[in-house]
Design a protein around this ligand. Structure first.
Ligand code: BDR
Ligand code: CA
Length: 307
């Protein structure tokens, strides 16, 4: 079993990623750290607790609040209300959870677990990189203690989604992403290069209606919202992208993707190119970039696990 920490900004596709991870026996979810991004950190924490309730997940999975603002202290990106709803979960109106967030801080939790399980922790980071960057700044030793960080973020060979040049998670805190990329920690980048090919379609969501439970109702509500939102932005696409679940998928089964070692830089200058992730001609490669994907293999695996 792979020991993982999920770092999330829950978010609809984050919720799907949490469900996928919790339903996967290959993964031992040691904790879920939260970050601002799609919503505020407080909302991401609330949503994560609610998602664990609806999943009827183990009470022992701690949820640890993290950063509520980028490392620079300046919010660049707004909340993603149009894609994820006012509440971040497609306005699903879930009851408040009785679970309580952990009293520690995300960065401290990440450090603590890396020290407890040297060389064994994979962080699956599917929001801005702020918690990871803060952990590295607090204790640079974790660069060597971590097994790797699998990041949903970036768009190395394709256009961005929040701006023509940038993907949302990197754009939300480019300085943090740059710190992680430069740190020397093994990084796998699951960016729009591959995630835009992994589509959830109307037929898939309709099938969940046949299994009647609070959980299947929830899945349908959030995914219907997510698909409507995607349809408004890009009717040609024919579905909505499984960004965050793919980062989980890559840890469950690395054969879903093929990676290419590259030196990837992040543009941190304010301006049109802010948050851009691009290949830099340098010998030392700092990131394994996912550029090829077996779409059918991944999507069918995800769909079978999720319900
Ligand atoms: C990423 O941004 C967020 O909106 C999603 O949850 C995903 O992590 C996609 O660019
Ligand atoms: Ca996310």
């Amino acid at each position: 079993m792979e020991h993982v920490i999920l770092d999330v900004d829950t978010g609809i596709d984050d919720a799907l990623a949490i469900a996928y991870a919790v339903h996967s026996p290959e993964l031992d979810v040691l904790g879920i750290t939260t970050c601002f991004g799609n919503v505020s950190q407080k909302e991401a924490t609330r949503n994560t607790l609610q998602v664990l309730d609806v999943l009827d997940a183990d009470d022992n999975i701690p949820v640890i609040p993290g950063a509520n603002e980028p490392i620079s202290g300046q919010h660049i990106k707004e909340k993603s209300t149009r894609i994820h709803g006012e509440d971040g979960l497609g306005n699903s109106g879930l009851p408040l959870s009785k679970r309580t967030p952990y009293s520690s801080e995300a960065a401290d939790f990440i450090i603590e677990k890396m020290e407890e399980y040297p060389g064994q922790i994979t962080v699956i980071a599917v929001g801005p990189q702020t918690n990871m960057a803060l952990a590295i700044q607090k204790n640079p030793e974790i660069v060597r203690l971590a097994k790797r960080v699998v990041i949903m973020g970036g768009a190395v060979t394709v256009p961005g989604n929040v701006t023509p040049n940038a993907e949302a998670n990197i754009y939300a805190d480019p300085e943090a992403a740059s710190i992680v990329f430069k740190s020397g920690m093994p990084v796998t980048l699951v960016g729009l290069d591959v995630t835009m090919q992994t589509l959830l379609r109307v037929e898939d969501v309709q099938q969940w209606g046949e299994v009647k439970s609070d959980y299947s109702d929830f899945l349908q509500t959030i995914c219907n919202f997510y698909m409507d939102a995607y349809h408004q932005f890009n009717p040609e696409l024919g579905g909505s992208a499984l960004h965050d679940p793919l980062a989980v998928g890559v840890v469950i089964d690395p054969s879903f993707v093929k990676t290419t070692p590259m030196h990837v830089g992040v543009n941190v200058e304010r301006g049109d190119a802010l948050g851009n992730t691009h290949e830099v001609a340098q010998k030392n490669k700092n990131v394994e970039v996912c550029l090829d994907i077996d779409v059918d293999h991944f999507v069918s695996h995800f769909l079978n696990r999720i319900v």
